[in-house]
Design a protein around this ligand. Structure first.
Ligand code: AMP
Ligand code: MG
Length: 419
């Protein structure tokens, strides 16, 4: 008879004899194995927001394309100024945005000029109207203005021929403005990756369905479908499958026909009803990881009929954390965005904690009014409310043991994960 095990009373303890995979090692493996499967298409700029740029973009035109005035005021040649109070006669006419002055402004004279207007010949300096006393056809002002004041030189922002955005960039609203300003009206972007989302478990019902006392509503599928949508990809709702080996295989067959990659939740460990890991094991190529991660632990990565399948944990908090940490960079790389690590802030901890070394932890965190980061009252990985309470994740490195209040900790706002 085998020995009765001792109580560990910590489901995230790292029992000896198990090969715990550090987060960094799992990420390295994922990175080494991923390839872009997305194909490019050309879209009008206004439809390209959120897509991933397939080719580096080069400015067709400089920005600004011509020297122009940064102010409403008066333009003149700086060299024609003397010392003391200045009095300049105005030429007839003016230069306005979209309505330039055709002539040349003679030395010793000034021209009325408006913001954004092209700088006429003979002008190299603009004085703002607030610094001027206007008298009919003349202006008066004090000397002291620098040559070139209030003029935006041609190409000061970007020059024609210059690289403006690199391939792999997820196009943001400001990028569309940038591209338009340098004359780009269509862009090659990758088609959205089709990401299948599947829930597993006999206990699951869909929100709105009749439910028995021993059943729960499927929280993971709405959450993951929306994550995928926020990442600019095409969510493919694969529904829910019972804990039944044959049905799991059938639904994976369907998934492989309709998605480029599949995210499943639940059934990823090595238990009696862990049919995802069993199916993927049966299909050959598989990393069945026990990740040294809290919350997280089981993470299965397999290939089903050529389609990568992420077997994420069933607990909603672990499912979300693993989706953000492991699935997101992999999916982005598949979609042509390259491998992008999220960027964190270092903030003082508003909490203290003792931690087991040898595993990484992600806590649900949020920034306090005074710029510290506090954590959710419970670390339970079923406590889905903490994900909504939080506005990001606190990362505690593998080997950390103690965190004291005020210690700097790494905080990833949800925006670091594209949310
Ligand atoms: P499993 O990984 O299948 O052992 O599931 C771990 C825990 O997560 C169990 O308590 C499940 O009931 C729960 N769970 C699994 N899938 C979901 C889901 N889609 N929504 C909410 N809870 C889930
Ligand atoms: Mg299950």
């Amino acid at each position: 008879m085998s020995e009765t095990p001792k109580l560990s009373n910590d489901c995230f303890a790292l029992p000896e004899g198990v090969n715990w995979t550090p987060v960094a090692e799992a990420l390295d493996t994922l990175r080494a194995g991923v390839r872009c499967v997305a194909t490019p298409e050309v879209l009008p700029l206004v439809q390209a927001g959120g897509r991933i740029l397939a080719e580096t973009q080069i400015a067709k035109r400089s920005h600004p394309p011509y020297a122009n005035s940064a102010m409403d005021g008066y333009g003149f040649a700086h060299a024609s100024l003397g010392t003391g109070e200045q009095v300049l006669e105005l030429v007839e006419g003016r230069s306005a945005a979209g309505d330039p002055y055709d002539g040349e402004v003679p030395a010793g004279m000034a021209i009325r000029i408006l913001t954004g207007a092209m700088i006429p010949a003979g002008v190299d300096t603009v004085i703002m109207q607030e610094d001027v006393a206007r008298e009919d056809t003349r202006i008066r002002f004090r000397s002291g203005l620098k040559a070139g004041a209030n003029i935006r030189p041609a190409g000061e922002d970007m020059r024609a021929g210059q690289e403006v955005l690199a391939a792999g960039r997820v196009l943001q609203p400001q990028d569309l403005g940038l591209l338009a300003s340098v004359g780009i009206d269509t862009v090659p972007v990758y088609r959205p990756l089709r990401v299948g989302v599947l829930s597993t478990g006999d206990e699951l019902r869909q929100a709105g369905e009749d439910i028995a006392p021993h059943q729960i509503f499927d929280a993971n599928r709405p959450m993951l479908l929306e994550l995928v949508r926020r990442w600019g990809m095409e969510p493919v709702d694969l529904g829910h499958v019972r804990d039944d080996a044959a049905r799991v295989k059938t639904v994976l067959d369907t998934a492989a026909g309709s998605a480029d990659v599949v995210l499943t939740t639940g059934g990823a460990s090595a238990g009696d009803e862990d049919h995802i890991s069993a199916a993927l094991r049966g299909a050959g190529a598989l990393n069945l990881w026990r990740i040294a991660l809290k919350p997280g632990r089981p993470l299965a990565l397999g290939i089903w009929q050529g389609v990568p399948v992420f077997g994420l944990p069933g607990n909603p908090v672990a499912a979300m954390v693993c989706a953000l940490i492991f699935a997101r960079p992999y999916l982005l790389a598949m979609n042509g965005g390259g491998w992008v690590a999220p960027r964190a802030l270092d903030l003082p901890a508003a909490f203290a904690k003792s931690k087991k070394p040898g595993r990484r932890e992600y806590l649900r965190g949020r920034i306090t009014g005074d710029g510290q980061v506090e954590v959710f009252r419970s670390e339970g990985s079923g406590r889905i409310s903490g994900l909504s309470w939080a506005d990001g994740l606190v990362e505690l490195p593998d080997d950390t043991r103690e965190i004291a209040e005020g210690d700097p900790v790494r905080f990833y706002p949800y925006s670091a994960f594209g949310l």
